[in-house]
Every structure is written in C-alpha cells, then in structure tokens.
Design a protein around this ligand. Structure first.
Ligand code: MTE
Length: 757
C-alpha cells in the first residue's frame, strides 16, 4: 500500500493526539454567537404562512388584513419571486412558495415581515388563504394503492434504484437455510439544539446570507436561482451551527431563498429563526421504511443470496431522497460477500413532511433489517452470531453487492475479532423476572458522495501564513458540531510543523473559498483535509527553499516550529516566515482535492464509493418482561475509520451516535394523525436523556489506513449511529426469543411478547 497523503514528511506528532476542541471554551462559556444572537441595523423579522392542510388547492391568497397590524413591513408570495419559484435539489418538484396547491401541512405559502418576530407571527395569522381541500395520503400503503391520490401529477413513485448481481434462483438453490421477514422503521427527527435560522442582508447588488447551514454552496445556488441573480451576487457566510445531523443540509436553502426575496423587495436585513414547533413541522426527517428481506446461506453459514425490497415514504417533495435511497440500496445487503444479490428500492410521495438527509443517510434502517436477518440465519445454522459474521465479512479483495473489489483499508474482520474478545458467555439468560440478551450488528459505510454524487465530490482549502507565523485557513466544508475545525487545525499544524494554537480554521465564506460540495457523507476530514495538505505542500516548497537559503544547507523536515537542515541546524518557523515577507513572497496557497472517481452501470454494478468505513457493535440489554423496560447494560462499538486524527473527538462522535441510535431503537416516536404531526415539541417527541443511555459504553478503533485519506483517515461521523439500533434489536430478540421487526421497540410490544410466550 502506498502511503497516505501527509505521511511522508515526518513522523506524526499531533495526529492521533487528544487535543481539546478549538471552539470548546467559547461554546461551553456561552460566548459563541449563533444566528439567534446576531443582528444588523434596520433588521426586521419574518414569519411563514403555512398551509395547515395536508393536501389542498389554493383558491385565493388575501393579504389585505396583514397591514392592520402596526409594525408590519411587507408580505411576499410566489408572485414576488424575481427568479424561479423552485427549490428542488435533485428533482424539480418543490416550489419556493406554494401558489396553486399545498402538499403537506407546513408547506410555505407566504412570508410576512415585521419589526419584531412576535408581530410577524401575529400578522402571518392574518393572511387569509382560501383552500379547496383534496383527499390526502399519509402512508406508504396509501401511496402505492391502485387509484391512489396523486401527490404530484406524474404519480407517487418519486425514486427507484436497483442492483442486480448474479441470479437469485441460483443462490436459492444453493442455500440450506432461508430467512424471509418484513421490517418497519419510523420517522426520526434530528432534534438538534439550534433550530433552523438565517439572516438575509442586501448590500447593493450583493445579497449576503448569514446562516447556520451544513452546505453554504447549496444555499448560494438556491438564493441565486430564486432571485434570478448571478452566483457572484450572493455571498453566504456560515455561522456556528448548533447541530445539523443532516437536517441543515438542504432545508436552510429554502429558508434563505425566501428571506432573500423579502430582503431584496424591502431593502432591509431580514431574519427568521424557526420555533421548535415550526422546525419539527417544516423540516425534513429520517425516512420511514418497509423492508422486505429474503436471504439464504449454506450449512457452513456462507451467504448465497439476498433478495431485498426497500420501500420508503419520501413525504411531499423528493428533496434529497434520490441520494439517500441510493445509499440505502448500496448498503442493504450488509458488509458481506454474497454472490447473488437483487435489491429494489422505491420511494413514494405522501402528504407528509418531506423526508431527507439524516445521519446515516438511509442506512440505519437497512442495517436494522439486514442484521436481523443475519442473526436469524445464524440461529438457523446454529453458528455463533459473531462467527457467522466473520465467515461472511468483507475482506481485502472481496466483492461487494455492487461487485466492487475492495482494494484498500478493510478493517471489518478485525472489528469482529475485537468484539469477540469483549463479550464471552451465552447470548441470552434469565434471572429473577428479567431476561438478558446480547446482540451484534456490523456495517460498512461508503465514505463521501460516491457514484451518485461524483460530480460534486471535490473540495477546496486556502491556507495563509501571516507575518507573525499564525495561520488562517478556509475550507469549503462546515463544522456542525462534529469537531471538524479542530481536526483540520491538527492536520494543518501537523503538516506545517507548528502548534495547533497557531492555526485558525475559519467558518465557510462562499466569497473566499471555492464550491466544495456539501458537508455530508462524513467527508470533511478526507476532502477538506486532503485539500489542506495540497495547499500546505505548496507552502512547504516555498518555506523549505527560503529556509535552505537561510541555513546554507538542504532542509530535511519541519517539526515543533522549526525547519531542520541537513547540517543539523534548526531554523525557527517564524523567522523563516518573516524572511519570506521581507522578500515579498506570497505565503497563501490554494489546495484542491478530487475524490477518486466512482461509477455504476445500469444494473447498479461497479464502484459505489471509493473507500468504506466499517464497524461492529455489540449491545447487552436487560429486559423486564413485566414492565417492558429495556435497559442497556453494556455497549461496545468497534470502528474502522482509518487513521483517527483526534481520539477524544472520535470517541465523542461514537458515544453521541450511540445515544442517537438508542433513541431510534427505543424511544423516538414521531406521531402523525390524519396528515398532521401530533408530536410537535420535545416533550411529546422524546429523545433519550443521560439516564436512558447505557450503564457502560466502550469505544475502540481499528485503524486500517486508507491510501487516499489525509494521514490515512476515512469517515466516522455517520458510522457512529448506523449499527446501534440493529445491535439493540438483536439483543432484545435474543433476550425474548422473539424477533423484533419494528422500531422503536416499545414497552407495550415487550409486554405483549411476554404474555404470548
Ligand atoms: N456530530 C455533531 N455533534 N453534530 C452534528 O450535527 N452531524 C453528523 C456527524 N456528527 C453531526 C455530528 C453528520 S450527519 C455528518 S455527515 C458528520 O458528522 C459530518 O462530519 P464529517 O464530515 O466531519 O465526518
């Protein structure tokens, strides 16, 4: 294996160190300024006029009463959009402002602006929209029914993806054990701390957008499109993000485009921050899915086929569903070698809140189904569940479901070995009215955008060494809480041989840095990290040459703030920088990175992603069969995410992912009734608290270096959550001797199983 970028200059010094977050103090002391804390002179506030109906035709929009509220500044509707009234990111199915039809209860019809948020909300209630109600559909089954109500005129099928490898019939004929089962997974809400918000500030021809968005370049595209402006007329300044988890991928673009239309019309800065209720009603969620699986193996445990149907509710608009469901399809057959695979994925429109990106991006659902079937096959074949996975696990040289040959960095077998070491003894046992069970789940995760997003898969960095030796860095990916700014500062400091304190990684500014695609798919460390290394290599060429001139001998390396010459002489980094300034040498450099190309053919075969991260989780649960309570006694997560740049932040990511996965498995219930969301706040939509997490949680890393990653890194942010619910469901199934087929696992379900067993 060739060495990963950034590994040749010297032995690593800061990479792999537990460095505190660069933004830790300012966040924990309340100093960080979020959208809600920021204002501009003359700023006014906007509020949305929402449909209130799941499906209806708009007959009339009467705004005449709005001006009766003093302090109201204006109203905009579809008629006021100077550019295109469209915001669909992949499919062009979504209007910026609904003008003739609404398709879910929070569809936005108008924006009202007033001197205070309170007045804006009051005035928004005075916009009188006359509707003609249409029948609506709120479930997958409704959407698929013959003669179903059509959410869009071209039918309810929004997305279709497939993979066909080998022949299922051959796999079936070679299988000694076959398991067939249907699974259901729920909607999941992101529940980030900070709700979606933004400020649009008009400056002459330029429209400045200040926003907490994961993807500032998506925001720029949407604002320019809706204003009918040039991309150069829009500047997006990213503010600190109070959590995104995928929920701030495309949604901020819609909010910002509406604010920009308003700001352009009234010529004043306009701000809007959604209330928690608005955020829950309006913003996208994790897709609920129905998963139908049939898989078979030999007596020896070797898997022979996987025949899978994934059906997802995409909600009222497709938003990111085509890409999310691409990922579901690629990962549906699990991290296993299976010669015959058939996967069909379909996403259907319903009159419900759009489903889109959420941490794991369509994989926690399929991993739950796949790992449940794998566990059932292991039971049928009477093979230990970890051993069963080891028999089938992808290894270096294996072929995936898309027939991709894995050439690099495949740590799955080692994650399984580590899990075996941690857990010994029976997989279930009974004691004093309680039953205990252990469950395993393995996963793989394609890093970055893969074949479905290859045209966007690049990233930029700008590194500038200032005359005092401090270093300003801009990248095109954002830090939404995962700690990217710290990890990237470590990469800069490592490569330039300076301290992390010398490095300032700035928030994204689209006027300063080139379009780097979205901050999703756990790609920041790889894409921004590699772009940084590219920029640093240009700077090092200059610095080495000047340091060489200064020392009179060749420079062999740079470490701990000094250049080391062949003569043994050390030159202070800051002195070399000062010399460059005296010589009027530019110490700023641009870096660029293009992710290795991936493509699939019409059967869905080929290289889906350039590299994969892997994990094996094991959960031990105690189930009280009388109360239905499930307590997680012990949880182990073993991850191969390549080189771990900062173990402390990496552990934090995995621990956070486990907590979020526990919510998905046991607690979070997004209830909708008759086209309306019933759980409209965080007292009715319950996420786990510290008391609901685990008695014991351990995190381990297997560092299988990737030749394309900075210092060998891959991605970790999303893998952290992906196998969690599956491991818990398998543990509960082992404990009760009944297969969990539906998430979340409720107390009622547990009690029912105990009564009927
Ligand atoms: N961690 C925190 N604290 N907050 C977040 O919003 N988002 C997750 C994950 N971890 C998130 C998080 C998601 S959805 C992604 S894609 C990755 O972080 C992005 O991180 P990376 O690109 O740096 O791997």
């Amino acid at each position: 294996m060739s060495e990963a970028p950034g590994m040749k200059t010297h032995d690593v010094r800061l990479v792999g160190r537990r460095i505190s977050r660069v933004d830790g103090k300012s966040k924990s002391s309340g100093y960080t300024r979020f959208v809600n804390d920021i204002g501009f002179p003359g700023m006014v506030h906007a509020a949305m006029v929402k449909a209130g109906h799941p499906h209806a035709s708009i007959v009339d929009i009467d705004i005449s009463r709005v001006s009766t509220v003093s302090g109201v500044v204006g109203v905009v509707t579809a008629r006021d959009v100077p550019g295109e009234n469209r915001v669909g990111l992949v499919k062009d199915d979504q209007p910026l402002f609904a003008s003739d039809r609404v398709r879910y209860e929070a569809d936005c019809i108008a924006l009202v602006v007033a001197e205070t948020p309170y007045l804006a909300r009051r005035a928004a209630e005075l916009v009188k929209v006359t509707f003609e109600n249409l029948p609506h559909i709120s479930s997958l089954d409704d959407a698929k029914a013959p003669n179903a109500v059509m959410v869009h005129d071209d039918g309810n099928l929004a997305v279709e993806r497939r993979i066909v490898k080998g022949a299922i019939e051959i796999g079936e004929s070679q299988s000694d054990h076959v398991v067939e089962a249907e699974f259901h997974t729920p909607v999941q809400e992101h529940a980030y701390l900070e709700t979606v918000g933004a400020i649009a500030v008009p400056f002459g021809r330029k429209m400045e957008i200040w926003v907490a968005a994961q993807c500032p370049f998506y925001v720029r595209d949407a604002v320019a499109r809706c204003l009918g402006a040039r991309l150069a007329d829009v500047r997006v300044i990213q503010l600190p993000i109070g959590g995104g988890f995928g929920g701030k991928e495309d949604v901020p673009s819609e909010i910002c485009a509406r604010l920009a239309v308003l700001a352009r019309q009234i010529g004043r800065p306009v701000k809007m921050v959604l209330t928690r209720e608005e955020d829950i009603l309006y913003t996208s969620k994790r897709h609920p899915m129905k998963l139908t699986y049939r898989m078979g193996c030999k007596v020896s445990g070797e898997l022979q086929f996987a025949d899978i149907l994934i059906e997802a509710d995409v909600g009222a608009y497709a938003t990111l569903s085509p890409i999310v469901l691409f990922r579901s399809t690629i990962h549906a057959a699990g991290p296993y070698e299976i010669p015959n695979v058939r996967i069909l994925t379909r996403g259907y429109y319903t009159n419900t809140v759009p489903k889109g990106a959420m941490r794991g991006f369509g994989t926690p659902q399929v991993v739950f189904a796949c790992e449940s079937v794998i566990d059932e096959l292991a039971l049928k074949a009477a093979i230990d569940p970890l051993e069963f996975r080891a028999i089938n696990a992808l290894k270096k040289g294996s072929r995936t479901a898309t027939d991709q040959v894995l050439k690099d960095s495949v740590g799955l077998p080692e994650t399984i070995r580590r899990a075996k070491k941690h857990f010994a003894g029976p997989w279930s046992r009974r004691s004093k009215g309680k039953v205990t069970g252990r469950g395993v789940a393995s996963m793989f995760y394609g890093v970055s955008l893969g074949a479905a997003g290859r045209h966007l898969d690049r990233g930029a960095a700008r590194v500038e060494i200032l005359k005092d030796g401090s270093i300003n860095v801009w990248v095109g990916c954002t830090d939404m809480g995962q700690g990217a700014r710290t990890v990237l500062a470590q990469i800069v400091a490592e490569d330039l041989g300076v301290s992390v304190e010398q490095v300032q990684v700035n928030h994204v500014d689209t006027d300063i840095i080139a379009d780097s695609g979205p901050t999703v798919a756990s790609r920041t460390t790889v894409v921004s990290g590699n772009a940084i290394l590219d920029a640093c290599s240009k700077l090092k060429r200059i610095l080495f040459s000047i340091a060489g001139e200064m020392s009179g001998s060749k420079i062999t390396g740079i470490s701990k703030g000094a250049f080391v010459a062949e003569s043994g002489k050390a030159l202070d980094f800051k002195k070399v920088v000062a010399e460059c300034y005296l010589k009027r040498i530019d110490l700023s450099a641009l870096g660029w990175y293009v992710v290795p190309d991936c493509r699939l053919d019409d059967s869905g075969l080929g290289d889906a992603y350039y590299v994969y991260s892997y994990a094996t989780d094991v959960a031990e649960v105690e189930v009280d069969t009388e109360t239905g309570e499930i307590q997680i006694k012990d949880f182990l997560a073993v991850h191969d995410s390549g080189r771990i740049i900062n173990p402390m932040l990496a552990e934090g990511q995995v621990e956070g992912g486990i907590a979020q996965g526990i919510g998905f498995a046991l607690h979070e219930m997004f209830s909708e009734r008759d086209g309306h969301v019933a759980s409209r706040d965080l007292s009715t939509y319950l996420i786990p608290t510290s008391l609901d997490v685990c008695d014991r949680m351990s995190v381990e890393f297997v560092e299988r270096l990737s030749r394309d990653g900075p210092f060998g890194a891959k991605g970790l942010g999303e893998p952290a959550i992906i196998p969690v619910a599956a491991a818990i469901a398998n543990a509960v199934s082992r404990a009760l001797g009944r297969r969990v087929t539906c998430l979340p696992i409720t107390r009622e379900w547990v009690i029912e199983q105990s009564i009927t067993s």
